[in-house]
Design a protein around this ligand. Structure first.
Ligand SMILES: Nc1ncnc2c1ncn2[C@@H]1O[C@H](COP(=O)(O)OP(=O)(O)OP(=O)(O)O)[C@@H](O)[C@H]1O
Length: 441
């Protein structure tokens, strides 16, 4: 069937994850389709919206390649088909998107797919509670933290949750807000702009730090904020830094951003990263054993976006090579990425981070003191210095004040033995390794 051919062609153009998550969920509605239009049934509004925005042009293009005619692509909600007893004329079908003022949100970014750990617990709880009762508890909610740690995921999760309960949600990055603003200003259609941003139930604004020094946009945003806030509409903002630290942001905006609740997302603990990797693998149907998951979590840093792309690359490479993913295979594929991350690590960094974490003085690690905790810290230091830096055993012996390289080698052997038998010690060492790789002092 033509639709099958088109879907097969589309499958080649997109990743298998995208295919499984969105396209595979669609059902072709043969009866309603003809040479002018293709109708697909989607299981829910989130998928319908997403497919409509992301893939309908591609589908139309592939159809055109095959038939020479460009069709209209309609994505219809399956449930609508059941409840409204749509008659044979497809034009009468309710297009899931047409009449909605809502923005398109990523349907994969939900509360269910968000892994909660101590680094993001507060932000998650705040997000969940305002999603349940928008505009009632804290307004605005301001979520901040370093890149790739789930701020956009959380803000979309709020959007998906409230949209699913019939509320009107507008999501925009500051860049989109600004572009929208300048476009409407130039076209003298500011009424339309204001109607869009001020008539929603929930306004979600990503990357607020980019308001910095944009005087005119700040002015417009100030009025948008005031209008929504005084009408009891929920505002959620994200940024890479707290309001106070955003340079070039007017004080009146800074103070407003602090009116409600401020929640930060910190760097994830090793356990959280492991849980996130497992969740991603489960959602994307990727099979990685726990040694590989632990290896990725301990070596790929804290940026979850980078971790995700490393997993996707690894999986793509394995299927291309028709190889099973073993630990050695994973190490090999990720070698370059991991090497790059290690280039700037100094022995001094290692000592500082271990000392801080184990609550001893850096100088004690290099001393000859024999108390149990200091010996253990020294051993871990030697082990991680050997693992994470290109230093030779003799140079490590000099650095750590040891007799010679055999003493270094003995210490490394000792750590390897403990790691093999003691799971919590192993996790501790991996956690330290990770802190060193991300230079968390
Ligand atoms: N706790 C988590 N659970 C599940 N997935 C997560 C989590 N944290 C981050 N991710 C995933 O990591 C990726 C990057 O997250 P996201 O885009 O939300 O980061 P961000 O903090 O908004 O980054 P930026 O500041 O660069 O915009 C997304 O695919 C997201 O799903």
């Amino acid at each position: 069937m033509l639709a099958d051919t088109i879907i097969e062609l589309l499958k080649e153009e997109i990743s298998s994850q995208e295919y499984d998550r969105y396209i595979k969920q669609l059902k072709f509605h043969e009866k309603a389709s003809n040479s002018d239009q293709m109708v697909f049934l989607a299981p829910n509004i989130l998928i319908a919206n997403w497919v409509k925005t992301k893939y309908s042009d591609k589908i139309a293009h592939l159809f055109e390649l095959k038939t020479g005619k460009k069709p209209e692509i309609k994505i219809v909600l399956k449930e609508h088909l059941k409840t409204t007893k749509v008659k044979s004329t497809p034009v009468e079908m309710i297009d899931a998107i047409k009449n909605t003022k809502n923005t398109i949100l990523n349907p994969s970014y939900t509360f269910d797919s968000f892994v909660v750990g101590s680094s993001n617990q507060y932000a998650y709880t705040a997000a969940k509670s305002i999603a349940e009762k928008p505009g009632v508890m804290y307004n605005p909610v301001f979520i901040y933290g370093p890149t790739g740690l789930g701020k956009t995921h959380l803000i979309h999760a709020i959007g998906n949750y409230v949209q699913g309960r019939g509320k009107i949600v507008i999501y925009a990055t500051i860049e989109q807000f600004m572009n929208d603003f300048t476009y409407n200003l130039r076209n003298q259609s500011m009424d339309r702009f204001r109607e869009k941003y001020r008539s929603c139930d929930v306004l979600l604004i990503d990357d607020t730090q980019f308001l910095s020094n944009k005087i005119q946009t700040q002015e417009e945003f100030f009025h948008t904020f005031n209008e929504l806030h005084s009408a009891g509409k929920q505002i959620v903002l994200t940024s890479d830094k707290p309001p106070k630290m955003i340079n070039g942001l007017e004080d009146r905006l800074k103070s407003r951003f602090e009116w409600g609740l401020i929640a930060d997302i910190g760097l994830p603990e090793l356990e959280t990263k492991i849980a996130i990797i497992k969740k991603k693998c489960e959602l994307d149907g990727i099979n990685l054993n726990s040694d590989i998951v632990n290896y990725i979590a301990a070596n790929m840093g804290d940026n979850i976006r980078e971790i995700e792309s490393a997993i996707i690359n690894l999986n793509a490479y394995a299927s291309l090579m028709r190889q099973e993913i073993t630990l050695d295979f994973a190490k090999n594929v990720m070698r370059e990425q991991i090497k790059e991350r290690r280039e700037n690590i100094s022995l001094e960094d290692i000592i500082q981070i271990i000392a801080k974490d184990l609550n001893i003085k850096p100088s004690e690690i290099k001393s000859t003191k024999r108390s149990k905790n200091i010996v253990e810290a020294r051993r871990i230091g030697i082990y991680l210095a050997r693992t994470l830096t290109p230093n030779s055993m003799p140079s490590l012996a000099t650095y750590f004040g040891m007799k010679d390289h055999t003493a270094v080698s003995h210490n490394i052997k000792k750590i390897n033995e403990i790691i093999e038998t003691n799971e919590s010690f192993k996790l501790k060492v991996e956690d330290l390794k990770n802190k060193i790789l991300t230079k968390q002092m």
